[in-house]
Design a binder for this molecule. Structure first.
Ligand code: HEC
Length: 167
């Protein structure tokens, strides 16, 4: 390579570099103008989104207390607490045992098995479910008392046609 070829190469190379730098600077300016954080509303939204990313979408509740995320969501929803239907609670919580005689649990819609138990009356059945009874562990952590009552109503009264006496 001759000296003049070197010079031409160096000049072209410097031009390309300068061009790339100019493009990079333009992109930075462009990004700041259109997506900049100057706007406080935009900044607030970005922070909110970032915080949302830290929140788990699901959590396992081991106590009767609502999960912190759920509690906050409930507050946002103006104290509207969603109560699950008896069928929903049964399918979510009770069905693991109350289908197919697991540990001798009376099955959903099993007339004979429930007929022997319902004489105890509503309050006893609800209390037994909330606090645990025989080989059934306490269910109070998985559902509210209201939801448990609804679940029993669905699992027993709706599905067997039997009627549980008030106690
Ligand atoms: C881990 C298994 C398990 C889960 C979950 C479970 N149960 Fe049970 N349940 C049982 C067993 C076992 C029995 C029978 C207990 C016994 O007689 O020893 C039973 C009995 C009952 C009884 C009759 C109690 C009595 O006094 O005779 C009711 C009512 C009941 N369950 C409702 C529910 C409801 C409602 C849910 C859901 C919220 C639920 N159970 C979830 C295992 C379970």
């Amino acid at each position: 390579m001759s000296v003049s070829e070197d010079n031409i190469f160096l000049r072209n190379f410097a031009l390309v570099l300068a061009g790339l730098v100019a493009v990079a600077v333009l992109l930075v300016v462009f990004a700041n103008v259109f997506f900049g954080m100057d706007d406080p509303a935009r900044q607030e939204l970005a922070e909110e989104r970032a915080l949302q990313n830290f929140e788990p979408s699901y959590a396992v509740r081991l106590t009767g207390e609502p999960a912190p995320g759920a509690a906050a969501a409930d507050e946002e929803a103006d104290e509207v607490v969603e109560v699950r239907s008896g069928e929903q609670v049964t399918q979510a919580v009770c069905i693991a045992c109350h289908q197919g005689d697991f540990l001798n649990a009376p099955g959903v819609g099993d007339v004979a098995a429930w007929d022997e138990r319902i004489g105890k009356g509503w309050q006893t059945l609800v209390d037994h479910t909330v606090n645990g009874f025989g080989s059934m562990p306490a269910q109070g952590g998985a559902a509210t008392e209201e939801e448990i009552r609804a679940a029993i109503e669905w699992m027993v009264e709706d599905q067997t046609g039997l009627e549980i006496p008030e106690s």
